[in-house]
Ligand binder design. Structure first.
Ligand code: 5GP
Length: 184
């Protein structure tokens, strides 16, 4: 049986790193490439890291019903294209979504069979340090993301699985165990 795994949690918590480690352990998992209106960061490749859309194109695709979920996060639009998920499920390939909390809530409604996993930081300070340390965002963008994170952290109890990313190897092993259990 093929599945959809939703990995959610605040920006900077390490979702991407954990998903890379997870896919190292369970190579048949594929990651859905999201669409966004945010500008590409240095080194990000269109179609690989994101489908970078301008705001008009994003709205056109919302109207066309192309998104499984979509949300506004810190001033930009983000969304999962149905085509990214449907194509994999049609091939019987399990698919991973890396999305923020509003999107995860929409998937909970539209696809209740999806497995939802919340990634939490060991502390709010750890999140701040990580966002500053990775050096990908301007300080004002980091402040906005930390503001959203307060609400996102409060949502942890909504999720059936939650993992504290205190140590990448340990957290990735915990994540892999949840996925292996579901794929059995
Ligand atoms: P970033 O700008 O750092 O790449 O992403 C910002 C936030 O948007 C992160 O929490 C990330 O997981 C989330 N995100 C990325 N893609 C999607 C998506 O397709 N849908 C939703 N709802 N959130 C997404």
């Amino acid at each position: 049986m093929s599945s959809v795994y939703v990995i959610t949690g605040p920006s900077g918590v390490g979702k991407g790193t954990l998903i890379r480690a997870l896919r190292g352990q369970i190579p048949n998992l594929e990651l859905s490439t999201s669409a966004t209106t945010r500008a590409p960061r240095a080194g990000e490749e269109p179609g690989v890291d994101y489908h970078f859309l301008d705001p008009d194109e994003f709205e056109r695709r919302v109207e066309a019903g192309d998104f499984l979920e979509h949300a506004t996060y810190s001033g930009n639009r983000y969304g999962t294209l149905r085509s990214e998920v449907d194509a994999r499920l049609a091939r019987d390939v399990p698919v991973v979504l890396e999305i923020e909390v509003q999107g995860a809530r929409q998937i909970r409604e539209s696809m209740p069979e999806a497995v939802q996993i919340f990634i939490a930081p060991p502390s709010p300070e750890a999140l701040r340090e990580r966002l500053h340390g990775r050096g990908t965002d301007h300080p004002e963008v980091i402040d906005s993301r930390l503001g959203v994170a307060v609400e996102e952290l409060a949502a942890r109890g909504e999720f059936p699985h939650s993992i504290v990313n205190d140590d990448v190897d340990r957290a990735a092993a915990e994540l892999a165990e949840i996925v292996r259990d579901c794929e059995r």
